[in-house]
Design a protein around this ligand. Structure first.
Ligand code: ATP
Ligand code: MG
Length: 410
């Protein structure tokens, strides 16, 4: 391990980061997605700094397979976009770049400043790597890995927290959870998924700020719940949220029943299926996750006709999980699975949300579709004239892309 110093402007050298060499940590390039390595190499060849950051490093430090790879860079979103034909800039204020590959998106984020002036809007949005490291939520999410030399940069003594198995907030607790209440959910999620403990002051701050979660957008909460159901520790995380007084605000209806045995059994069953599936590399479908979430709580009257029964069960499911809004076709499939357990099979009408979604869905995220998206930005003049009154067609972003964009636009 060696230390990175920087000049403090008064002629003195001050330490800013610990640098761990390849031999001093467990991460190797063979664990990293090939496209992410390719993207990093391309940015570095263009003269930029680029690192794998965040959850992927956290997972690999714990010898787990990351579910996705995020990149942090010194290049601006425009500079990144110019390097990649499959890039798309998203986000309202803090703009990030999505690189589209077949079946996945790699997110490239420019180092973010910690000097943002919220009143002035765009002031100092982008910053240095040190500032970026200070803005991250928890120390275990703040390591930077450079695949070209195998070094890990640690600006926050995060390695020590991995050794001590603790979750420590980097942003002062006096405002981190009121600034972004989703961080409370994230803290409780990591407590369950890593097995690390939350520092006492973090626990106290969550209890104190629980009510702030009500100010979060439905789309961000939906995204978090969806990640929780897919985590393999859903039961423990949801119980953590309950214990800290957050669940009643996040899922007001579902939380009323969270304590019953059937809920525990169903979610523990889901968690073990997901953990088994992770070993085989086979993902558990979203509808199956929702099925486990709603199944114990639907009240079914088998006297009803199948189609009527479906509508009633679907309505109940919507209320149960509100204000969470997963795609209707996933919820429909989940309800169908519950009915199938009871031996009830309905005729899928042509007007089901699934059918509608299939018609509306953009192409898969393959190279072809990224190319299509590039083509879709051809100036308006060259397009065929639309019928009078018809709205200009827009290429729909996948659900994940939309919510991630919002997530980074605090
Ligand atoms: P997971 O996807 O399992 O929730 P993750 O850590 O990869 O874990 P992302 O939402 O992909 O989570 O975020 C990537 C990184 O961005 C995080 O590891 C963290 O460093 C930073 N980050 C994400 N959300 C926030 C936030 N609300 N506040 C501060 N930093 C954040
Ligand atoms: Mg991530």
């Amino acid at each position: 391990m060696f230390i990175r110093y920087k000049n403090d402007g008064k002629g003195r050298s001050v330490p800013v980061a610990k640098i761990y060499t390849q031999k001093e940590h467990p991460i190797t390039n063979s664990q990293i997605d090939k496209d992410a390595l390719w993207a990093i190499r391309k940015i570095q060849q263009a003269g930029g700094e680029a690192y794998i950051v965040g959850g992927a490093i956290r997972d690999m430090m714990l010898s787990r397979k990351p579910k996705d790879f995020d990149i942090a860079t010194s290049l601006s979103p425009r500079q990144v976009q110019r390097l990649f034909w499959n890039a798309r800039i998203i986000g309202r204020r803090f703009r990030i770049v999505h690189l589209f590959f077949s079946g996945k998106i790699i997110e490239v984020t420019t180092f973010r400043s910690d000097e943002e002036n919220f009143e002035d809007g765009r002031n100092n949005l982008y910053g240095t790597i040190e500032q970026d490291a200070r803005r991250r939520d928890f120390s275990i999410n703040s390591l930077y890995y450079n695949p070209s030399n195998g070094q890990i940069l640690d600006f926050n003594d995060a390695m020590a927290d991995f050794r001590k198995k603790v979750i420590r907030s980097l942003i002062p607790l006096s405002y981190t959870f009121s600034e972004d209440p989703v961080r409370m959910i994230r803290a409780l999620k990591y407590q369950a998924t890593t097995g690390f403990s939350l520092k006492h002051d973090v626990k106290k701050a969550i209890k104190k700020n629980a009510e702030h979660i009500q100010s979060c957008s439905t789309s961000r909460l939906t995204e978090e719940i969806s990640k929780i159901l897919a985590s393999g520790s859903s039961y423990q995380i949801l119980m953590n949220l309950r214990k800290y007084g957050l669940l009643q605000f996040i899922l007001p209806c579902w939380s009323m029943y969270a304590g019953i045995d059937a809920v525990r059994e169903s979610l523990e069953g889901l968690d073990s299926r997901i953990n088994e599936a992770k070993k085989d590399g086979e993902p558990v479908a979203k509808e199956e996750q929702l099925y486990a979430f709603i199944k114990p709580l639907l009240v079914i009257d088998p006297e009803m006709a199948p189609e009527e029964l479906f509508h009633e069960a679907f309505r109940q499911a919507k209320v149960l999980i509100s204000p969470m809004t997963p795609p209707n076709y996933e919820l429909e499939k989940a309800v169908d699975m519950v009915l199938r357990d009871l031996g009830i099979k309905r005729n899928r009408g042509r007007r089901s949300a699934e059918a509608r979604a299939l018609r509306k869905k953009p192409n898969t995220l393959g190279r072809k579709s990224a190319a299509n998206e590039e083509l879709s930005s051809v100036p308006q003049k060259k397009r065929k004239k639309k019928k009078k009154g018809s709205k200009r067609e827009r290429v729909a972003l996948p659900e994940q892309a939309k919510t991630l964009a919002e997530e980074h636009d605090l």
